[in-house]
Design a protein around this ligand. Structure first.
Ligand code: CO
Length: 205
């Protein structure tokens, strides 16, 4: 295959991957909208309002979860719907106004949606510097240096403890969300804020 053909093929597969992502996101959104329709007349909406900076709830250390009950399940479900609706790759409970150590991450990889309740970082190593954004800071992006590897312990929605190891972008997203639970915002870790023309493809957490 000639160099040009290779380029064409690469461009085509990148295009297809992007298309797949758009389709899967649209399907998820469709699922959410159907769910919302079911909620008409009800008391609960699946998509919650995002708290943006400045707000007290974003800068305090959140309380540990003690009951793994229906309320927790409903919060986690709403957090997922909200994260997808606003095209984020992660969301922490204080970002929907809740004082609770609950966070989720989904970077569209094989891990799927990671639900972290009362998470603790037990090991980190290495270093990575990359752009970061946050749903609580619309339109603001900056470079943040974080450990490249992270090992955490957390509980799932049923109260089962698990250990998870992650690296690269997933490790970044996990650390960003756990920071939220301690009232630490990414802006306090930014080494350089990014200009509009540098923003292509930056994910928001
Ligand atoms: Co954030």
């Amino acid at each position: 295959m000639g160099e040009n053909d290779k380029k064409k093929k690469n461009a085509k597969s990148a295009y297809l991957r992007a298309l797949e992502l758009v389709i899967s996101r649209s399907l998820i959104k469709y699922k959410i909208y159907s769910k919302q329709l079911l909620h008409i007349g009800g008391t609960e909406l699946a998509i919650r309002k995002i708290v943006t900076h400045p707000a007290e709830i974003l800068e305090k250390s959140c309380k540990a979860v003690v009951s793994f009950d229906k309320k927790l399940t409903s919060i986690l479900n709403d957090m997922y719907d909200t994260m997808i609706e606003f095209d984020g790759v992660g969301l922490a409970a204080p970002q929907i106004g809740l004082d609770a150590r609950i966070a989720i991450v989904d970077i569209d990889d094989e891990f799927g949606t990671i639900e972290m309740i009362n998470p603790r970082i037990i090991e980190t190593s290495g270093e990575q510097t990359d752009p970061e954004g946050c749903l609580s800071f619309p339109g603001l992006y900056g470079e943040v240096t974080r450990p490249n590897f992270v090992k955490i312990e957390a509980f799932d929605r049923k109260g089962r403890e698990y250990t998870l190891e992650a690296e690269g972008f997933l490790a970044r997203a996990i650390q960003h969300e756990i920071d939220h639970l301690d009232g630490i915002l990414f802006t306090t870790k930014v080494s350089r804020f990014l200009e509009d023309d540098e923003l292509k493809g930056v994910e928001i957490e």
